[in-house]
Design a protein around this ligand. Sequence first.
Ligand SMILES: [Zn+2]
Length: 436
Amino acid sequence: MKLVKTVRLRSVNLTKKKYEEIAHVINCFKESVNFLINKCIENPIFKNPSNKGNGAYDYSSYPKIRKNFYFEWKSRFPDLHTHYCHSSARITKDILKSWNSWCFKEKNRLPNPKYKKNSMKVEGCLCYLKENYVILVIEPRSKLYIPYEPNEYFKRVKTNKYGEITLKMNTNRKVDIFIPFITAFEEKQPESILGIDTNERSIDMLFLANDRTEFMSIDVSGLSTTHYTYSLKRKQIAKKITNGKKYQPKTKRNLLNKYGKREKNKCKDLLHKLTNQILDVVEKNKSIVILEDLTDIRNSVSRKKNSKRMRRRLNRWNFRQFQTYLEYKTNRTGFLVSYQNPSYTSRRCMKCEKTTESKSHKFVCKYCGFRVNRHFQATFNIVNRFIEHQDVASSDSAERYRMKMMAGELRKFKESVIGDASQYDRINGINPLLSP
Ligand SMILES: [Zn+2]
């Protein structure tokens, strides 16, 4: 398993000559990417034969870009090392691919993309680390030594393996250097499953092992309260400043920045505490963590049927940040994180598997009348979905056996919850999951 941590370093003050030389290369790189973009865009050789997916063109292969235009590129940029062509082709591919999918999404042809950044990401043979220098190869056999100042973070995460380095122009004759360091971790066999459902005021988890199932809930209302308090504060500042003329826009910006930073730090701190708490469970029980795939949540949150206030509330909670922290920490201990599609997880009835809309934290199925805590049901469905999508023909027999045991345990647990529910009317509060 690999983990990537990107370190940002700053070069020391460079001589004017060196600085200009780097600026020149970055400019050439920019030109070279734009040159390739213009060559490729709507070029018949990229026509999509199947005409499926994102429209009529397919730009997903960077060797194809490189091969087709290499000679033209070489005559245009004769001084640059050949590998600059490869690196530009790779960037070109990324830009065209996302442009293509944007055109497809908007159902319209957008204006041609352009590479405007004052930075470049180049292959390992063009830019690498050596002692206290970053070495940049411009032409074959001509190297540029860029001295840098190592910081604490760099010293901590530095490894011998790293990905492609990015160089970015900074003012004052300095260059920013971004190095993605790669650390390898030994992957461990999980012995249990921890399904996590993120909600606005709580994080709910279902723990499943061979022989037991447990539902846990952590209160995270502190996070939304913090966001709410700071949003009020920001509103107050904005109001005060527009009323009093003596305040300058600069003061407003500074004040808002100050509170914004405080809010960010406070939430970061809360998220670290929260993820550490969950990590304890993961480490102790050797769990694989199941999270909801939230890539589309912002889109679904902004759907028209949600009110403006609701949208703002949902967008403020840093679901994604929470997941990033948790994933990083889990991987560091050697366990994996798996993402599952979260659609309908809280709405699908555990008993009859039909979907019912539910507004409160109580779920009542309109088809079979089954009642349950909605958050619990969501975690159940997430874990269940993970188990259903497991490879039944896994080559590892021990893993196959463990999965089978866990699937059995989950079924037993489900039956007991449903069984309790059937007696719900007679014995009230028999199961805490049923009477929220
Ligand atoms: Zn039902």
